[in-house]
Ligand binder design. Structure first.
Ligand code: PYC
Length: 315
């Protein structure tokens, strides 16, 4: 008998960046911490990940969110975020999308909650049907003013910081952050990423720095900065990137450029905004990111075993 696998999903976008929430039909990752389940996901669920996100069913820019039972009873839900090339530690836009999606399903009431991720607990506040504020995992700058030799660009200096993922943050790059330059900026960031790899620049425990973030002057008079964030699979973030904005706050704090509790408005490459600030608890920087998300679709993915491209188009 021929079989069809079905996967129930709810799609949203946060400040323009899509999140595909998987409600059922995902892999059984067992019990244990979210970090352990993420490892199992990376080892065993590549086909599932590609089926949910990639062409011809999806697009390489989609970010997936696999809903999990939390292992910590103080959390309302657990989640593993993933993209076109693997899993993510955390995802800020995705967490805002998750909150709005759970509210849409009647599974989350307005107010405060906690979400368990592979890199720690994230406190959230559902402010309305389309708005949430997250308090991210502790964020920090690991290295300041790291100089690398980038093909075709010469010496580029940037900071290495953690905001739930690893970032290389560059302000002095000479690039105009305009939408029509998306492919040039993608190439610039990709070369920066390759240079980091070549020169052995990593996170604090040898992790690959897989997000590159360029900053420039904002277009919106109310914003403090504009960014372009290249994600690990070469797709750029349409939102101002929650984890990237967290990494930025950690750098601003380290440089004494932003006081605790002061609002930082980060504008994305498409002009959408996150409102951010940080508090210090026990010496750690805890960034808060507020943004809006919108439901775009709900449905069922169908994987027909006769479909040669049910798991995506292979590279
Ligand atoms: O919002 O943290 C974020 C994010 C990471 C990758 C794409 N968006």
């Amino acid at each position: 008998m021929l079989s069809r696998q079905t996967i129930r999903i709810l799609d949203s976008h946060t400040a323009g960046e899509p999140t595909r929430l998987v409600l059922s039909g995902g892999p059984d990752l067992g019990k244990g911490s979210l970090a352990e389940r993420r490892q199992r996901f990376d080892e065993e669920a590549g086909m599932f990940r590609r089926s949910v996100l990639l062409e011809p069913r999806g697009s390489e820019i989609l970010v997936g969110a696999l809903l999990q039972e939390p292992s910590d009873p103080s959390c309302s839900a657990g989640v593993i975020f993933f993209n076109n090339v693997g899993s993510l530690g955390m995802c800020g836009h995705g967490t805002i999308g998750l909150c709005v999606s759970l509210a849409h399903l009647g599974r989350m009431e307005p107010g405060r909650h906690q979400i368990e991720t592979p890199v720690g607990k994230v406190a959230i506040e559902l402010l309305g049907p389309n708005e949430a504020r997250i308090q991210n995992v502790p964020s920090f700058r690991h290295a300041k003013d790291v100089s690398i030799e980038v093909d075709g660009l010469g010496q580029i200096r940037g900071d290495v910081a953690w905001g739930g993922n690893w970032f290389f943050l560059v302000s002095d790059h000479g690039q105009e952050l305009s939408l029509h330059r998306a492919s040039e900026l993608t190439e610039v960031c990709w070369r920066i990423r390759q240079a980091l790899g070549r020169e052995g620049i990593t996170g604090s425990e040898g992790e690959v720095i897989d997000h590159i973030e360029l900053f420039g002057p904002p277009r919106d008079a109310h914003a403090d900065s504009r960014n372009f964030v290249l994600c690990p699979g070469k797709a750029y973030d349409r939102s101002p990137c929650g984890t990237g904005t967290s990494a930025k706050l950690a750098c601003l704090h380290a440089d004494g450029h932003l006081a605790e509790g002061t609002i930082w408005r980060q504008e994305s490459f498409i002009g959408s905004l996150f409102e951010a600030s940080y508090t210090i608890r026990g010496g750690q920087i805890l960034p808060s990111i507020q943004g809006q998300a919108w439901i775009t679709a709900e449905g069922t993915l169908i994987l027909d075993e006769l479909d040669p491209y049910r798991h995506g188009i292979p590279e």
